[in-house]
Every structure is written in C-alpha cells, then in structure tokens.
Design a protein around this ligand. Structure first.
Ligand SMILES: Nc1nc2c(ncn2[C@@H]2O[C@H](COP(=O)(O)OP(=O)(O)O)[C@@H](O)[C@H]2O)c(=O)[nH]1
Ligand SMILES: [Mg+2]
Length: 364
C-alpha cells in the first residue's frame, strides 16, 4: 500500500515521515531545502502475521508493507497559480491514498501562518488545490476530445471516454471530489489512466502539540469538517512520535503510553488507510515462507491468486482455505486440516480478512 504525505510547508510532513518509517530525514528549517523527496517503507503491524511466523518458523517472512512518500507534491497555496500545473501532483499520482498533514501545533520557533493556526482552513485549501488540479486535467482532455470530434477523428472509445469525462468535470465543477462519483467498471476504466488525485482516499492527519494529545481544541472544527466530508481523521504529535520512533516497539509503546497515547500514529494511520481503502489481508503460510498480502475487500480467490502470480491465477484449480481463527485454534495448518477446518473453494470465492490460502494450480 502506498501513501503520499501532502500538506502545506512546515505542517510536519517530514517529521511524520520519520515517525512512520523510523527514518531520520532532515526536517525543514526556515529557508531550508524543500525539493527533496523522501521514500520509505514500514512493515504493516499485524499480530496474525506474527502468530503465523511463530508457529511456522519459516525461512523467509514477508509482511505487508506500507510505502510512504514525502515531498511528492509540495503544496504552497501562497504561491501564484502559475506555478501549479497539471504535473504539480505528478509525484502522488500512483499513490493509493493521500495523507493530508495539517498543522495544529503551537510553536515559538515555527512561524504560524497568516491568520493563525487553523487546520480546517488548511485542509480546505489543500483539498481545493486537488480539485483544481483534476479540473485542469479534465478540461484539457475534453478540449482535445472536442477537437477530435469536430475533425471527425474521434474513435468510439474516445466518444465513450468523452461522456465519462463530462460527468467527471460536472462533478468537479460542483466542488465534489471524484472519489464520491459513482462510476461503473467500464467508466472507471475509461478514465483511470488520468489518475485523478481527488479519486484517491484522503486521511486527515492533524499534527497537534505535545500538550494537546487528549483532544486539541484547535481541531474541533476540523473534526466536524472530517465528518461532513466523510473522511477519516487521526490526531497525533509528529514531533513526539519521531522522537520515539527509533525505540524498540515495546519501549515505544511504553514511552507513548506514559504520555497518554495508547497506540503509535504509525499503527493508527495504517488502520485508517486500510479501512478507507477497504483493504483486507490474507496469508500464505509454510515452512519456506509466511507472507501477508493486501487485497481489496470483495476480491475473489482468483484475484488473490493473481496477486501472488499471474501464472498461478491462470492455472488455478482450487483454493485450500481456512479462517485465521481456525488456524490459530489448531496451532498449525496440518492440525486445522485434520480437524476438518480446511475448505476447498473455487475461483469466485470471496476472500475474507485473515483467510489463509493455499492455491492449488495445475502447475503443481
Ligand atoms: N512543536 C512541534 N513542532 C513540530 C511538530 N511537528 C513538526 N514540528 C516542527 O515544524 C517544523 C517543520 O516540520 P517539517 O516536518 O519539516 O514540516 P514539512 O515542511 O511539512 O515537512 C520543524 O521545525 C519541526 O521540528 C510538532 O508536532 N510539534
Ligand atoms: Mg518536509
């Protein structure tokens, strides 16, 4: 899963990046370099994966990974419009979700923006920029298609695309993000290559001060806004989380716990992203490898097989399947199988969160 950190300068993106990925990228000092892109990844914490590793003792273990990009898009709404182009958000076009980092911390050393600290205002401004970027793309494409139509050089596929693009533009004109536009599978396919930024799921990430961990008053209006637009919100203190990100997980929990934080922002963000994207996990287990896989809820067994390898999907016969709790209860695949907990499922079986799958295929 790929997430891009987005936000105004000095909102704490790089600080959060360090906290999430346990890195130590330089945070901005005033006038510092702003053009750097940071890429990092962090295993998705999952006690089911840990359990499977404990009981299987595999040669290799491959957890699901969260990939984080910081600096893929620099949003500075104080700059003139001319500086924004369709390419402005190029760095986040291949992300699954966007994490909008919002300054909600007071600080004497980090200058407050004009108008004071107001995470809701900042959220609205950045989301408006995203809408505008998509409008530029949709309008540009519609102009091209219109020219082709006038010159009678429009293909049937382009005519179909034009109808969808009209709907996309009308939706954006109403200031609504594309993620709230219902598109059929074919319609989605017709415009998917444009990778509209407002089609992506958004998570609001309010960066609060150390003393506001029990609910920052600065976030009251932002919380209402999040509920209004139906977007998840997490509140955390990036600076604090960065300080303890290098600790051992237990030590980190203890440290944060003493500050009244029950779970690191890393874990909460990952959970919010999985929920927003409708992602679930399935596992493959064995002596060679224990591996966690991420698929969309509603994926079939053959789609899960596709994740593993196209060849395995092509030669799919049956999925040997068991629910995670049956695996856990029996303590091993073989024991669960002996207890009659293993099922044989076909291509259209809907994979459940936590399922353990073994795809039988005609290649072995
Ligand atoms: N007090 C406080 N300062 C923070 C916090 N998060 C970031 N900062 C400071 O804000 C400045 C900008 O942070 P940075 O992560 O570089 O922001 P970016 O421009 O969005 O990447 C740095 O001086 C950070 O130390 C926080 O939670 N509390
Ligand atoms: Mg930065």
């Amino acid at each position: 899963m790929k997430v891009g950190l987005l936000g105004l300068p000095e909102s704490g993106k790089t600080t959060l990046f360090n906290a999430l990925t346990r890195s130590d990228a330089a945070v901005n000092t005033f006038g510092g370099r702003r053009d750097e892109i940071h890429l990092g990844s962090v295993p998705v914490p999952d006690e089911r994966f840990d359990f499977a590793v404990r009981v299987c003792v595999p040669k290799s273990r491959v957890p699901a990974m969260l990939e984080v990009t910081d600096g893929g898009a620099k949003v500075d709404v104080s700059q003139s419009r001319e500086k924004f182009g369709a390419d402005f958000f190029a760095g986040v076009r291949n992300m699954d979700a966007l994490v909008l980092v919002l300054r909600a911390f007071e600080s004497e050393s980090v200058l407050a923006p004009d108008g004071g600290i107001d995470p809701r205002r900042d959220a609205e401004r950045v989301l408006a920029e995203l809408l505008l970027a998509d409008l530029v793309v949709a309008e540009g494409r519609l102009e091209k298609l219109e020219k082709a139509r006038v010159l009678k050089r429009i293909t049937p596929a382009e005519s179909a695309e034009r109808l969808v693009m009209d709907r996309v533009k009308a939706h954006l004109d109403e200031l609504k993000p594309i993620r709230t536009l219902e598109l059929s599978v074919e319609e989605d396919r017709a415009v998917r290559s444009f990778a509209f930024v407002t089609a992506k799921e958004v998570i609001l990430a309010a960066n609060v001060g150390e003393n506001d961990l029990q609910g920052s008053p600065l976030c009251a209006s932002l919380r209402e806004y999040a509920a209004e637009i139906g977007v998840p919100i997490i509140e955390f203190c990036a600076k604090l989380e960065m300080e303890c990100a290098q600790m051992e997980p237990d030590e980190e929990r203890e440290f944060l716990g003493a500050m009244g934080v029950s779970e690191p922002a890393r874990d909460r963000l990952i959970r919010a992203a999985y929920a927003a994207l409708g992602y679930i996990s399935f596992f493959t287990v064995g002596e060679d490898e224990v591996r966690a896989w991420t698929v969309r809820d509603g994926s079939t067994a053959v789609m899960a097989a596709e994740k593993i390898h196209t060849e395995i999907a092509r030669t799919f016969i049956r999925a040997e399947t068991m629910a995670f709790e049956d695996f856990r209860g029996a303590g091993s695949w073989d024991a669960a199988k002996a207890a009659g907990k293993m099922r044989l499922e076909g291509k259209e079986y809907l994979v459940k969160d936590g399922d353990i799958l073994h795809i039988r295929n005609s290649k072995g």
